[in-house]
Design a protein around this ligand. Structure first.
Ligand code: GLU
Length: 320
């Protein structure tokens, strides 16, 4: 039984990501599970080893440490492609030559029926039934296909431990990108299953991915982990955090004069109320995480988005 945190090394983790990582570790440890970090470096352009190292260091600074050496998704390409081959042999995949623009135009043209349960960005099935000659024509035009799963438009429901009952209709989503790289949805499902992950804690922006992933688990005969989708830390107007929101990475906050322990205390206090006792101890000590996990009560998890200014108020300006 293992929980995990799986950041993409495409930049600095901001305090919201760190908060999710801290929660993932506490949820795993307090439920008697192991905990691992996985490096989701599928995107060969955006991901870098430098970001990976910084992210792992920042997580360690707040006591979020993996039981095992973090697995890199990019190193599991063969395994991902093995599963792709299995799906293809079962005739569950089809090549899709659409550009994003073509998909968008098709969605806009087909005014969706009221009460349509499908998500507004669902793939409208343009390439689902292409004939052989239509495919060859696309190939002759030099188009490289992505591969989509014939998902069957199923309605998938799950009980999220934070967000409650959620459900969505699964469209034919991409499992191999047009550049041949296995897509996030496929890699996540395969890696979680292969490494015994039975608990997934992550940001609630990934809820719409969850029914896709559950559908893929069903197709592959895999178990479904328990899900904990945590609200994001947002800017004052509800937007996702961005550079213009000032100091948002741990390094930036620490450089502004706030000790790491204060940031950690603020993250804990924002995560579950109340975190009454001072945190104390040294997050780099092996026993620290277990001690905090012993105090953690998942039933007090805060299910509303947290505004960055509220976090800043919690950690203060470092002078007090
Ligand atoms: N790598 C994804 C991200 O950083 C998270 C994937 C997951 O937890 O399933 O947003």
């Amino acid at each position: 039984m293992t929980g995990r945190f799986a950041p993409s090394p495409t930049g600095d983790l901001h305090v919201g990501n760190l908060r999710t990582g801290l929660a993932a570790m506490l949820i795993a440890r307090s439920s008697g599970r192991g905990f691992v970090i996985r490096v989701e470096d599928l995107d060969p352009v955006a991901a870098s080893r430098e970001h990976e190292r910084d992210q792992i260091d920042d997580l360690a600074a707040i006591g979020v440490v993996s039981d095992a050496v973090p697995i890199r998704q990019s190193e599991r390409r063969e395994r991902h492609l093995e599963i792709v081959a299995e799906l293809r042999d079962r005739d569950l995949l089809y090549p899709c030559y659409c550009t994003r623009r073509e998909i968008r135009e098709e969605i806009e043209a087909a005014a969706s029926a009221p009460n349509d349960p499908a998500p507004p960005d669902a793939y409208p099935g343009i390439c689902r039934e292409l004939t052989r000659s239509q495919r060859s024509a696309h190939e002759r035009d030099g188009r490289r296909p992505a591969w989509r799963l014939r998902a069957g438009g199923e309605l998938v429901s799950f009980l999220d431990r934070v967000a409650g009952e959620r459900s969505g209709v699964v469209d034919d989503f991409v499992v191999v990108r047009a550049d041949g790289v296995p897509a996030y949805q496929l890699a996540v499902v395969v890696d979680d299953a292969d490494t015994g992950i039975d608990q997934v804690a992550r940001g609630d922006d990934l809820i719409p991915s969850t029914w896709r992933q559950i559908r893929l688990q069903q197709v592959l005969g895999l178990g479904t982990p328990e899900y904990w989708h945590l609200p994001l830390v947002v800017a004052g107007d509800g937007r996702r955090l961005a550079k213009r929101d000032g100091a948002i990475s741990l390094r930036q906050v620490v450089a502004s004069g706030v000790p790491v322990e204060r940031v950690l205390e603020a993250l804990l206090a924002s995560l579950c109320s109340p975190w009454l006792e001072p945190v104390g101890g040294d997050p780099s000590e092996p026993g620290w995480a277990m001690e905090q996990a012993g105090r953690f009560d998942a039933s007090t998890l805060v299910a509303d988005p947290v505004v960055i200014e509220d976090l800043r108020a919690l950690w203060g300006d470092g002078t007090a």
